[in-house]
Design a protein around this ligand. Sequence first.
Ligand code: GUN
Length: 298
Amino acid sequence: MSAQIISGRDISAEIRAELTDRVAELEKDGIKPGLATVLVGENPASQMYVGMKNKAAAKVGLHSRQLTLPVETSEEELLGVVAGLNADPEINGILVQLPLPDPIDEGKIIEAIHPSKDVDGLNPVNVGRLATDSGDFLAPCTPAGVIEMLVRSDNDPSGKHVVVVGRSNLVGRPLASLLLRKDRGGNATVTVAHSRTADLTAVTRSAEILVVAMGIPEKITGEMVAPGTIVIDVGTHRVDDPGSEKGYRVCGDVLFDEVKEVAAAISPSPGGVGPMTITMLLSNTVKAAVAAAARASA
Ligand code: GUN
């Protein structure tokens, strides 16, 4: 039997509708959440992503500002831009699109973003608070999107064995931390597997929920998944497909056609985690604006 499809497009649309209502409510209280995106250089993929982020922000009613800087921008100049945005009361969220051109030190830039405006959740203060499940923090958007997809599709990870395949700072590690929290979408038993895991199939087959963020096209085959598993595919790849009109097709880390026959539920790629990442960026910006307003009135 074919699996239930967990549609990131549908869940995204649901959350964006909720955010639109929330933003309209906040406006009545004089709160207008503001997102600034910073793009350095002319990487076409980054240009496309930043454009999508600004468009989505405007659509839910956020104030959005796009700063486009030349590829030769120095680290010092970029630090100056970040400092300006940190001090700008119209801006609640700052997103510096990665990767940054050489020789800019990405870590330095991420650390310079004030933790309260770090809507990417990558600043070490936010990473540390998430890892220790303490204090207020902003969570990275992709793993936060995975949690929303599980909860909103009635596949709450609480009490379940979740196997995360991938240990990146952007997805695998923060996702493991989110799943371990004593909070909504947490309370899971978590195993993190990665490229050096011995007998990966034995580990993936032990999952009740399997989240794959390996970065390898269609690596997870049907035999690697136990019947009845919930599968979330974080991967997005463009692979050659000479038979298709465009000459390529988009796929995930999971061999969808095989795995959908054994899984109880599966998120596709495209149309799965991808749309959720931008949605959680908008959600983080609203959260940051509400927190800023609460601090201002305290
Ligand atoms: N480039 C690719 N993914 C991301 C992301 O989540 N945040 C930022 N800032 N840049 C990215």
